[in-house]
Design a protein around this ligand. Structure first.
Ligand code: HAM
Length: 418
């Protein structure tokens, strides 16, 4: 779990702002749900045989005896809120986005944290496949807006609930004869969640996984048509993709379309999945709501930061007041507050001190202008304005400095900063 320090926050703001911008372009609206939910919500939606529920949830019993968990992801909470507020009775289609901290007790690595942040979106009420294509395009646009390069988009279908159940049986039949050769995790999964064996990273399982039957052979005609239409729409959007029939993803609620967008390079390392998403048509009904088909995605902000090559720096802004003499500090303080009241970003070194030290602080504060209060100038009713960027290192380059009557300072600053 990391601290995000003020010096790092600009990049976070940039990612969140880009996400909000693109979300609004797609007509999505923000939802905020609690960080704590009843544990049963995640067990029932994500699935009790998933890594998240089996090993990674921060679950506890509170003083009233309620079993609660700190949210490991956002979809389950959105579905709970959607059902609880009968949102479908108000509108046939709901488009929600969210951003926030999620918690999974995973083995920490670069790009894999126990508290991480997701930006995500959920669309309720549209069975697809046009909305599948739109959802993928939306995620793609967010990554493009962030100028993240070298992306790989993987798409798969796991069919509707019946197909999924039949595929489960097919996999059990296929893997059972080799059960003792499978990794320990996969042996367990054969009983609890055989689809997850396809996701296994264990070298022991690789050969058997490669030869496993794909779901294509048992897809229903309707599922096939859905998937083919999606791929045609993707071709029309000019978004390059790869169909990967081994893509299963680690949450039980998925049905039909699944997708993942991976990055590479930067400092990303092994945690390449930037974005994961898919359709979960049965979940709203499964959680006690109406039969409302849904699809969504989420991205890990920390991974986006690792994948982004350009460091985002803060633009200099506002003004920093520097006083030549101790006797002017009270005057400077009044001026500082009046600038702030007028909406100007303003700062000063309230400890006072010599001018050189104050200029150092002005530099650190990334101010655009220094306002210098000198005794002689104040006697004439003027202050000096000095651009921070063109100043020489030794503070002696006064070329661009100008004197401004105090009465006109606000106007002049507003013009200079606009
Ligand atoms: P997920 O694949 O579990 O899907 O997570 C989505 C993204 O969150 C991942 O691709 C990754 O970028 C980031 N992420 C996950 N775990 C960690 C971690 N421990 N540290 C850092 N980043 C992480 C979901 O959560 C689904 N709710 C997505 C979804 C929304 N499906 C439908 N709607």
């Amino acid at each position: 779990m990391n601290d995000i320090l003020p010096k790092e926050i600009t990049a976070w703001h940039a990612i969140e702002a880009a996400f909000v911008r693109i979300s609004e372009r797609y007509n999505y609206q923000e939802v905020r749900t609690p960080i704590l939910e009843p544990s049963a919500l995640f067990v029932r939606s994500i699935g009790d045989a998933t890594d998240i529920v089996e090993k990674e949830m921060y679950a506890f019993t509170d003083k009233g005896g309620d079993h609660l968990s700190v949210r490991p992801e956002g979809t389950a909470s959105c579905v709970r809120a959607y059902v609880e507020h009968s949102v479908n009775a108000e509108e046939p289609i709901s488009k929600w986005f969210y951003k926030g901290a999620m918690f999974r007790r995973e083995r920490p690595a670069r790009g894999r944290l126990r508290q991480f942040h997701q930006i995500g979106a959920e669309l309720f009420g549209d069975p697809g496949p046009y909305s599948d294509a739109e959802m993928i395009a939306y995620a793609w646009d967010v990554l493009r807006e962030l100028k993240i390069q070298n992306l790989t988009l993987l798409i798969n279908t796991i069919g509707g609930p019946e197909t999924k159940a039949r595929y489960r049986e097919t996999l059990v039949e296929y893997f059972t004869p080799f059960v003792t050769e499978l990794s320990e995790d996969s042996q367990r999964r054969l009983e609890t969640n055989p689809l997850r064996i396809l996701d296994s990273k264990s070298p022991k399982d690789q050969g058997m996984v490669a030869g496993a039957p794909t779901l294509l052979s048992i897809l229903s005609d309707a599922d096939k048509t859905h998937f083919d239409t999606l791929l045609k729409l993707m071709d029309g959007l000019n978004i390059p993709y790869t169909v990967d029939h081994k893509l299963v993803r680690g949450l039980d609620y998925y049905s039909k379309t699944l997708f993942e967008i991976q990055g590479q390079g930067g400092e990303l390392g092994a945690q390449a999945a930037l974005c994961g998403g898919g359709r979960y048509d049965g979940l709203v009904k499964g959680m006690g709501g109406p039969d409302v088909p849904s699809i969504g995605f989420a991205m890990g902000v920390e991974r986006l930061l690792l994948a982004q090559h350009v460091a985002l720096d803060t633009e200099p802004q506002g003004a920093f007041i520097v006083v030549q003499h101790e006797s002017l500090r009270a005057e400077a303080f009044r001026l500082l507050q009046s600038l702030r009241s007028a909406g100007i970003v303003a700062d000063a070194d309230l400890r006072g001190g010599n001018m050189k030290a104050q200029f150092k602080r002005a530099d650190k504060s990334k101010s655009k202008w220094a306002i210098i209060l000198g005794q002689d100038e104040m006697a004439k009713g003027v202050v000096s304005l000095r651009p921070m960027q063109s100043r020489g290192d030794d503070n002696t380059n006064n070329k661009a400095q100008e004197e401004v009557p105090i009465a006109q300072l606000l106007d002049r600053l507003q013009t200079l900063l606009s």
